[in-house]
Ligand binder design. Structure first.
Ligand code: ADP
Ligand code: ADP
Length: 233
């Protein structure tokens, strides 16, 4: 069933007398359980689209329905609520709190959700075990490798059982071997039924996804199933 429906989405920026159409008209349907790679040259509108998908921004034209709710014209407060409930973010730069342990970083979204400390720690511990970091819970980010930091970030993104994971160049700061490991983790997460949308510049990374959407000049240029992955349904 459609989890995400974008209908004729536009996003323009007005700077003085200049109008930049970052997104001209984007229509897309993404079903629950899809693993999508978003590609395209610099300036093609990927970040603008990810910001809208992640409810950090709203379109200036068109309609965005997320999990049955029209989020296209929501206020910032309403958007923040949807974000906390529906979206897990993974970033290129990990975005972990440097003074906090892996356990506290992973449990952070649960504070917003009003979960008590004991349950936060229990769930964060389980989430860290699920990404293979059960033995690193009390480590701070600078005591972890890049790959381990990204695992912590993935555990944090998953802790609230979001309906979508948005990953923005998650392997952009990792070496090739570690990138492959993190993509293996993304595949495991996808196999458990999660919906993932990932931005990448790297063709090798995109080939882990099941569907590839290529942007150009604020439009979807190509949208196709990854021919290297043979799946039914
Ligand atoms: P990509 O992520 O594919 O590199 P972006 O979505 O960042 O593309 O940018 C698309 C277009 O919108 C570019 O021309 C960019 O300069 C412009 N743009 C992006 N963000 C802003 C902004 N906050 N203000 C003005 N122009 C922007
Ligand atoms: P609130 O207003 O409820 O404090 P926030 O603005 O702090 O909400 O953010 C809510 C959620 O959105 C958090 O999970 C946070 O990680 C995420 N978020 C906030 N700003 C950004 C951003 N610039 N990029 C990605 N995620 C963000």
């Amino acid at each position: 069933q459609p989890l995400i429906t974008l209908k004729d989405i536009g996003r323009k920026y007005v700077i003085g007398t200049e109008v930049i159409h970052a997104l001209k008209s984007v229509s897309l349907t993404i079903n629950k359980g899809e693993f999508v790679a978003l590609m395209g040259p610099s300036g093609s509108g990927k970040s603008t689209l990810m910001n809208i998908l992640g409810c950090l921004d709203t379109p200036t034209k068109g309609e965005y329905t997320l999990n049955g709710t029209d989020v296209s014209r929501m206020s910032d407060n309403e958007l923040a609520e949807v974000r906390n409930k529906e979206i897990g973010f993974v970033f290129q730069t990990f975005n972990l709190l440097p003074r906090n342990t892996a356990l506290d970083n992973v449990g952070l979204p649960l504070i917003y959700a009003g979960v008590n400390k004991q349950n936060r720690e229990k769930r964060a511990q389980q989430a860290l075990e699920n990404v293979g970091l059960g033995n690193r819970m009390d480590h701070k980010p600078n005591e972890l490798s890049g790959g381990q930091r990204q695992r912590v970030a993935v555990a944090r993104a998953l802790i609230n059982n979001p309906s979508i994971i948005l990953a923005d160049e998650p392997t952009g700061n990792l070496d090739t071997k570690t990138s492959v490991e993190i993509m293996g983790l993304m595949e495991d997460i996808h196999a458990k039924g999660n919906t993932i949308i990932l931005v990448t510049h790297e063709e090798d990374i995109a080939l882990h996804a099941h569907r590839i959407v290529r942007m150009r000049d604020g439009l979807v240029e190509k949208d196709y199933q990854n021919p290297d992955i043979h799946t039914v349904g």
